[in-house]
Design a binder for this molecule. Structure first.
Ligand code: ZN
Length: 358
């Protein structure tokens, strides 16, 4: 079996836990965590154990719907305290996964890749899941905060890939012989100025998932129709009604089931943090957003009028009057090259951690 991040090992004569950690450059804590049913201080010849090594998340490439499934399965093997489940399916029947870390009372929600060609945001969230999990197991800090304390104080829910079908289209994982690809191509042919598939932000049916929420949706419709997005499109089509796209509906219903204190939607690009909805300034929304701005170097700004309706964070603020953010990570043309991953991640590690604390 060829998994990144761990392998199976059969205990031989003379093996001890310390010998194995040294030989394979791992730690006792990691081995204990990955093998909850084995007494690693009393290993018997022939015992099969899991040895975690290195990392599972690989940021030299983008995610697609298949790769995220594999990596989540593997993360669960070495970090069995994670809770991973599907909150629903995409239009093409792909699972939309949610990962829960921690068991505190305060609930926080991060999501990424609402927009297909902003898929580097999935890497950001997957990397954070792994870094946080490992810091928890090894009793270390993450961005100056003790991971164990974060874990017991908060419950972090992460949906790293809201739009699996769109991301499969942008990455070329959806083959051009597939009828869904052909449908998308036909939609894109009506918008020849938008490169295909790199310019694709929508779900596979040409609906912009972040223009689907009941927060003055009619106003978003008026603006986007006037801009020419009055039918399915690679971006900016609001749909024929709010919450008509399966993926947006799934996120909406998932949110209703939890009592989140704070949400962050990750997008690219612009290095800017959006925090308000019309005249609603949720308590602490401004202060927390300004801290996010300080630790990331990103601008703290009001949303431009034409993009200020029917988004997920708009609806969250309107519905709950609690802090909700859209973070436009990175700088450049979408899709932002994966080579920029580590720079962008460094910019955001403070936000990701302070989101749990503030
Ligand atoms: Zn976006």
């Amino acid at each position: 079996m060829n998994n990144k991040g761990f392998f199976y090992y059969e205990i031989k004569q003379g093996d001890t836990i310390y010998k194995l950690t040294k030989e394979f450059e791992t730690s006792v804590d990691r081995i204990i965590c990955a093998n909850p049913n084995i007494n690693i201080y009393n290993l018997k010849i022939g015992n099969k154990i899991i040895i975690p090594v290195g990392n599972i998340v690989d940021n030299s490439e983008y995610y697609n719907s298949e790769k995220i499934k594999n990596d989540l399965n593997n993360l669960l093997i070495i970090y069995p305290f994670l809770e991973i489940k599907s909150i629903g399916k995409s239009e093409l029947g792909k699972e939309i996964y949610c990962i829960k870390i921690g068991n505190g009372n305060k609930k926080i929600f991060y999501n990424g890749s609402f927009h297909a060609n902003e898929l580097i945001t999935t890497n950001i969230l997957m990397q954070y899941i792994e870094q946080y999990s490992r810091a928890f197991v090894e009793n270390k800090k993450i961005y100056n905060y003790n991971a164990k304390e974060l874990f017991y104080d908060t419950s972090l829910y992460i949906i790293p890939l809201v739009n699996p079908d769109g991301v499969d289209l942008v990455t070329g994982s959806l083959l051009d012989v597939d009828s869904a690809y052909q449908n998308a191509k036909n939609i894109a042919d009506n918008f020849p100025n938008i490169p295909f598939p790199q310019g694709w932000k929508a779900n596979i049916n040409g609906v912009d998932l972040n223009l689907q929420f009941p927060a003055e949706w009619e106003k978003a419709k008026e603006i986007k129709y006037a801009q020419g997005f009055d039918k399915p499109a690679p971006r900016d089509f609001v749909g024929y009604g709010p919450l008509t796209a399966k993926e947006s509906k799934a996120i909406y219903e998932f949110t209703l089931k939890h009592n989140f204190s704070l949400v962050i939607s990750y997008h690219t690009q612009g290095q800017v943090i959006y925090w308000d909805f019309q005249n609603i300034n949720p308590p602490n929304g401004k202060q927390i957003g300004e801290r996010f701005s300080e630790v990331s170097g990103y601008k703290f700004a009001d949303v431009p009028y034409n993009s200020s309706f029917a988004g997920y964070k708009d609806w969250f603020i309107l519905k709950y009057n609690k802090p909700g953010y859209t973070i436009e990570a990175g700088l450049g043309n979408n899709p932002i090259p994966i080579e920029q991953f580590y720079k962008i991640y460094e910019e955001n590690i403070g936000i990701l951690t302070l989101g749990l604390v503030l």
